[in-house]
Design a protein around this ligand. Structure first.
Ligand SMILES: NC(=O)c1ccc[n+]([C@@H]2O[C@H](COP(=O)([O-])OP(=O)(O)OC[C@H]3O[C@@H](n4cnc5c(N)ncnc54)[C@H](OP(=O)(O)O)[C@@H]3O)[C@@H](O)[C@H]2O)c1
Length: 252
């Protein structure tokens, strides 16, 4: 038999995918890569200009963007009303605010948990109610290595991502009879706006990178490729699992 260059078990042709947090970083790259593999993408975030920049980099036709704040019920309703039936959902929008434990306030918890934890749970709930998640679909959640380790000042974020990981296990269990799969992706530090927001000085980031066995932080595209695997039929027997992509930082 000859080599067939069209053979691709990671193809997303014929699949429709919702990607949240697609106006930058990991979400943007995931949308771009999904489109390159043939998916029709619904992308969402709050910033319209940056969403349009992502749209301009998508390949193929039929993609749509939805401007919405997922920390509000109105934003969640808007996204779930606009999308059509989905074969994949990448619950990726996320925020961080670092604080030592003694300084944590209720407002800080609301800020982090509304976007990182409540939004994915409420989005999936609403999509299920509206019967917009197709049988056999794949749900992916962007968690973090922070959910499985500890780091000074990052307790709220780590807890928000641990809760998300736990929720994923319940999704995998409750939705398996519809063939719907659920998994989390746990990146280490990735070069995006999230880590370059000024909360940690550039000098400290550069020192921190050297702790990684591969001596650098990740690139958004490297995380997107794991999303692709989980959205594609290549992972059709994979559910309820957590995938760490971290340049080796969690090696024991
Ligand atoms: N970078 C890392 O080192 C790292 C490591 C582990 C996990 N993660 C996780 O990866 C995911 C993506 O982060 P990133 O690194 O790509 O950071 P990023 O570039 O800051 O992207 C975050 C995305 O989330 C969107 N977003 C934030 N709040 C939102 C809200 N209330 N409603 C709707 N969209 C909202 C942002 O868009 P708008 O501002 O336009 O709304 C943006 O598109 C997050 O869940 C993050 O926790 C990142």
């Amino acid at each position: 038999m000859d080599f067939d260059p069209r053979y691709n078990p990671f193809s997303l042709v014929g699949k429709t995918v919702l990607i949240t947090g697609a106006s930058s970083g990991i979400g943007r790259e995931t949308a771009i890569e999904c489109s390159k593999l043939g998916a029709r993408c619904f992308i969402t975030a709050r910033n319209e200009e940056r969403l349009q920049e992502t749209m301009s980099q998508l390949v193929g036709d039929g993609h749509e963007y939805i401007v919405a704040d997922l920390s509000t019920q109105e934003g969640i309703d808007e996204v779930c009303a606009q999308v059509s039936a989905l074969d994949g959902v990448v619950n990726n929008a996320g925020v961080n605010r670092r604080k030592p434990m003694a300084f944590i306030k209720g407002d800080d918890l609301d800020y982090i948990f509304h976007t990182n934890t409540y939004a994915p749970i409420l989005v999936i709930k609403s999509l299920l109610k509206k019967k917009k998640i197709a049988n056999g679909a794949s749900l992916v959640f962007t968690s973090s290595v922070a959910s499985m380790s500890s780091d000074f000042g990052n307790a709220m974020y780590g807890a928000s991502k641990s809760a998300l990981t736990s929720y994923m296990h319940y999704c995998a269990r409750e939705l398996a009879d519809k063939g719907i799969r659920a998994n989390t992706v746990h990146p280490g530090m990735v070069e995006t706006n999230l880590i370059h927001s000024g909360a940690v000085a550039q000098e400290d980031l550069e020192k921190d990178m050297l702790r990684y066995p591969l001596k650098r932080y990740g690139r958004p595209q490297e995380i997107a490729h794991m999303m692709i695997y989980l959205l594609s039929d290549a992972s059709s027997w994979v559910t309820g699992q957590s995938f760490v992509i971290d340049g080796g930082i969690t090696l024991k």
